[in-house]
Design a binder for this molecule. Sequence first.
Ligand code: ITT
Length: 202
Amino acid sequence: MSRLFLATSNPHKTHEVTTLLGSPWQVEDMLSHPGITLPEETGTTFEENAIIKAKGGSAALPGVLVMADDSGLEVDALDGQPGVYSARYAGENATDAENRLLLKERLRHIGRNPAQYFPARFYCCLALVRDGQLLHVATGTVEGWVSMIQRGKGGFGYDSMFYPEGFKKSFAELSQAEKNTLSHRGQAIEMMKSWLDRNPQP
Ligand code: ITT
C-alpha cells in the first residue's frame, strides 16, 4: 500500500478521495494527524490554495506524498461566486447550512421565480507535493445548475442545491458512486491517477 496524506480537515473530501483512489492507497488526513496545522488559504485561485495546503502538509511530513484539494462552486449569475470562498461564503467558520442559506438569498435577489435554475459548475484542483516540491496539478469540472430548491440528504456543502447537466437529481440525491463518476473531484482524481501510473513514486 502507498501512503498519501490528504491535507484536508473535511472528512467528506477524505471519504470521496479514498474511494476514488482505491485500494492501493492508504489515505490519511488532518483528522488522523491533529498536530498538523496548515497555512491560511491566501490564494485567489483554486490552484494557488491547493498548492498552499499541499506544501503546508508536506512541511510537517517529510518524505510523504501529500495531496490537497481546493474546490468550490461557481455561479455565472453571481460572477463566479462563491468560488474559492465556497467554504467561507457566509463567514470564516460558516457551516454548510449557513453557506447554502446565503447562496439562496443571493439567488433570490436575482431570480425571477423560486424554481429558477442558474448555470453553475463545481471545480476541483488537486496539488501533489513531496518534500515541498510540487509534482503535479490536476483539475476537474462538472457543469450543471443551482437552484433555491434543495433536494436530497446525501453529500455535503452545496450538493443539495446542485443539479448536474443532464440529470434531474441533485448531487445529494445521487448515490456516492454516481456522484463520483460525474463529479469535479472524480475527474481530477482520474487525471491524478493517470499521472501517478505514468510516474510511480518511490
Ligand atoms: P479543506 O480546506 O480542509 O480541504 P474545505 O471544505 O474548507 O476543506 P475548500 O477550501 O476547498 O475546502 O472549500 C471547498 C468548499 O466548496 C466546500 O466546503 C463546499 O462548500 C464546496 N464544495 C467543494 N466540493 C464540493 C462537493 O463535491 N459537493 C458540495 N460542495 C462542495
